[in-house]
Design a binder for this molecule. Sequence first.
Ligand SMILES: O=C[C@H](O)[C@@H](O)CC(=O)C(=O)O
Ligand SMILES: [Zn+2]
Length: 280
Amino acid sequence: MTTVFDERFACHPADYVNYDTERLRQEFLVPTLFEADTVRITYTHVDRMIVGGVMPVAEEVKLETVDTLKADYFLERRELGVINVGGPGCVEVDGTVYEIGTKEALYVSRGSKEVKFSSNVKSSPAKFYINSTPAHRACPTRKVGQGDAQVIELGASETCNQRTLRKLLVSDVLETCQLQMGMTELAPGSVWNTMPCHTHSRRMEAYMYFNLPEDQAVCHFMGPPQQTRTIWMANEQAVISPTWSLHSGVGTSNYTFIWGMAGENLDYGDMDHVQPNELR
Ligand SMILES: O=C[C@H](O)[C@@H](O)CC(=O)C(=O)O
Ligand SMILES: [Zn+2]
């Protein structure tokens, strides 16, 4: 197995406006998450979130520390959220095995020394999407299945934004330090996520789009509401949303995405809303 590590620095909104397409993609897009028997992790200095993907195929894959963390093990000072977007698999945390089916989640406590990922069926490997953030204390490791989620229905077909939001690893469901994660699924024919959109300078966010047909795309919007830019995204790619940025997208078909947040509060409803006709 291999670990592929990449580091991104935080960026000022006054500089961001001068970025061209390539530079925007370099700073904010995480283009590859899932590669056989590999842990791919991107460390963003925006709230120090790590965004990554683990796809075990032929072997069990271990979450190993990287030199940049200067930690004896990956979760020495961090908590971890895992959501499986592939076939059924297992996550073993210090000897305890958790069966994680498609669209199920696992919260892993700070202080967990050994985290190992495996797929149940090689021909349909698990794809574990991960977010990890600094943690000041240990909260219990826990699996969160679809039935444990807090579900919210949003939007309408008339405005092409009908979607089901599932809060998985959030404060209403279980205890975490700062990490909050969930999944939003667009209804067939609906293409707009997070519209009307919002910002929340108290928290950064990362989005990972999946279940998007390979020949389709999502146009992701970012930036201060009056200075937006777009990043065209493919299936199973992630994008970093700095604290000053909105995050919304429109697809050429429907899709599902995972959102993950980190920052100074756990209040999902803390948002500064922006109406579509206010955007520039
Ligand atoms: O701060 C919250 C996040 O942006 C997402 O949860 C929004 C979302 O999934 C949606 O509206 O579709
Ligand atoms: Zn948000």
